[in-house]
Write a protein that binds this ligand. Sequence first.
Ligand SMILES: [Zn+2]
Ligand SMILES: [Zn+2]
Length: 364
Amino acid sequence: MKVRAAVAYDGRHEFFIEELDISEPGPENILVRMAGCGLCHTDVKACEGNMGVPMPAVLGHEGAGVVERVGARVTKVQPGDHVVLTCDSCGACPTCLAGNPAYCDQLMPLNFTDGRAGEPGSFHSGATEVHGHFFGQSSFCSYAVTSERNTIPVRTDAPLEILGVLGCGVQTGAGAVMNSLAASAGSAIAIFGVGPVGLSAVMGAAVCGCSAIIAVDVLPSRLQMAQHLGATHTVLAHPQVNVAEEIRKIAPSGVGCAFDTTGRADSNQHALDSLTAKGIFGFCAAPAEAPKMSRVMSRGISLRGIVQGDSVPDVFIPKLVDLYMNGRFPFDKIVTKYPFEKINQAVEDQAAGKVVKPVFLFPS
Ligand SMILES: [Zn+2]
Ligand SMILES: [Zn+2]
């Protein structure tokens, strides 16, 4: 079957829209006609050759669309269902069985390194093999071949074309606050770096009823956006500002939770210094260097690495859709729509800070 896809080649930092052949879905696969797909930072890093993804490949991992066809062994969805695609997990390892698919023991092969050449959902262009199955979906493509594990049915009255972002970046930020850190109503939280993940964390903190939601960033435009989405205070970070001191002017005994999306050493240190005793420091970007640990010990601070906001996607994604439809999780405000053909323009605009979260629309 012919599809239109954005192909990433080794060493070339851009996407190429091409017509490819996609191999037939198997009995356990779901064929999804794509309505929209978000752009996540991981796509850009993978395109630059940093994630161990075999190339050439079709990337994309925030797809949403309509089920076109299901394999003989699929019972979870049927043709016509609206679905959001998310991170893949095996469902059979002890971590998955304990209800923690975001930390699946097979996370790297299933989502990054497998490529699955020749298997259902892989691609070819003439004699050239093009790898698929990125995050179990490769959704920078008019069709994706998925499986039950990472295909999440959602209500049909929600705007399908933008829902894909809930499958990675948005669930990562919102889930970090709502699930991993479980911020309590009336508590104070600081969020470091308010790009798409941090802004989703701000919205999650608003859902949790945090009394002080402090957004920290180097870009005034992002802080303004954070305020629109529920931040009660903002701190503009620059080298002359002691960010932790600024936070303590707002929450004198410190914040109960600090969440970092930047991985920057200075940001991590400010986050630790802004915490109250027994506070939790959550982070979803690998820290550039280890922070000073003496304070972690003397103040009883917990460190919490976070993947995908500890989401159990079948539960959490429909919950976020409901919150959005009830006006309590306005994630559409961070989205800018582009035609799929403008994918490289979107990557450029996002890198320049002109837009927060591009979503590509596929012609219906
Ligand atoms: Zn697993
Ligand atoms: Zn992502």
